[in-house]
Design a protein around this ligand. Structure first.
Ligand code: HPA
Length: 278
């Protein structure tokens, strides 16, 4: 079975539960799944969907949701899968490809991230405007291997991956939102101080273990991308620091961030451009 056939078999399963054609795909990252409560529609466990990888990470419910969110038709992942769970890059992006092939022209991503640099504080929401992934550069690119021309081109530009018009729209609605480069680390070990210093020196103010593979697949399939990081902890650049970055710290912070993210999405989702012909 080739990739298109696998995608179509997954989509057939989803369509049997709901015939909604989504305008927007949404990925709800670590502990950020509360938005799901506002999606009025059906929820399908990943385990039921053919070829879908199943989330094993804590805080990732592992359900695909289809329905209306703040007046727009959405398909949403309540929880994602990560490279660190042992999935291949192709497996990690399979759900994003399903959502794109179902018709979602705009892809919105959220994630929990460490903040790098003294300006950021826990609880901040930051727009991603570029990414730096040593893993993608070193061969974990999800587009590696045979290209299925029916899905997208062999070579995909990584310039303006984070749609400039969507970034401008988000900042026009929320002028205090800042933009930064997201540094991607496969994990699951948190970054050592030397890596944080390196990312910081390269102008990255966010670090996390997700999003980049899915964004690449979204662009391959022609989706317009908007991505937001929730700063759940401040990454430690200093070897002398006694701060211990932990999962508990991340979970504590998402509690503060959930209502902020919800308030933002309530305004942003309805304002996202509609695509003619739908
Ligand atoms: N590093 C990597 N991933 C993360 C972090 C971090 O500091 N915080 C939340 N996800």
């Amino acid at each position: 079975m080739n990739l298109c056939e696998k995608l179509d078999s997954a989509i057939r399963h989803v369509r049997a539960k709901s015939d909604l054609v989504p305008e927007i795909s949404l990925v709800l990252g670590s502990g950020l799944g509360a938005l799901a409560d506002h999606i009025d529609g059906v929820a399908i466990p990943y385990a039921e969907i053919p070829h879908f990888p199943v989330s094993t990470a804590p805080g990732h419910a592992g359900r695909l949701l289809l329905g209306n969110l703040f007046g727009r038709r959405v398909v949403a992942m309540q929880g994602r899968v990560h490279l660190y769970e042992g999935y291949s890059p192709e497996e990690v992006v399979f759900p994003q490809r399903v959502m794109a092939r179902m018709g979602a022209k705009t892809a919105v991503f959220t994630n929990a991230a460490g903040g790098i640099g003294k300006d950021l504080v826990v609880g901040d929401l930051v727009l991603i405007e570029d990414h730096l992934s040593l893993a993608m550069a070193a061969g974990l690119d999800p587009l590696r291997g045979t290209n299925e021309d029916g899905l997208g081109p062999r070579f995909v530009s990584m310039n303006k991956v984070y749609d400039p018009a969507l970034l401008a729209l988000a900042q026009s609605l929320f002028p205090s939102l800042r933009r930064s480069t997201y540094a991607h680390n496969v994990g699951p070990s948190f970054e050592p101080p030397a890596l944080i210093r390196m990312f910081g020196a390269m102008g990255c103010h966010l670090v996390g273990m997700s999003t980049v593979p899915e964004v690449i697949a979204a662009r391959h399939m022609g989706q317009r991308v908007l991505a937001l990081s929730a700063v759940t902890n401040i990454a430690v650049p200093d070897l002398a620091s006694d701060h211990v970055t932990s999962e508990a710290e991340v979970w504590e912070s998402v509690k503060i961030i959930q209502p902020r993210l919800l308030a933002l999405m309530r305004v942003l989702i309805p304002a996202l451009p509609t695509t003619r012909g739908e």
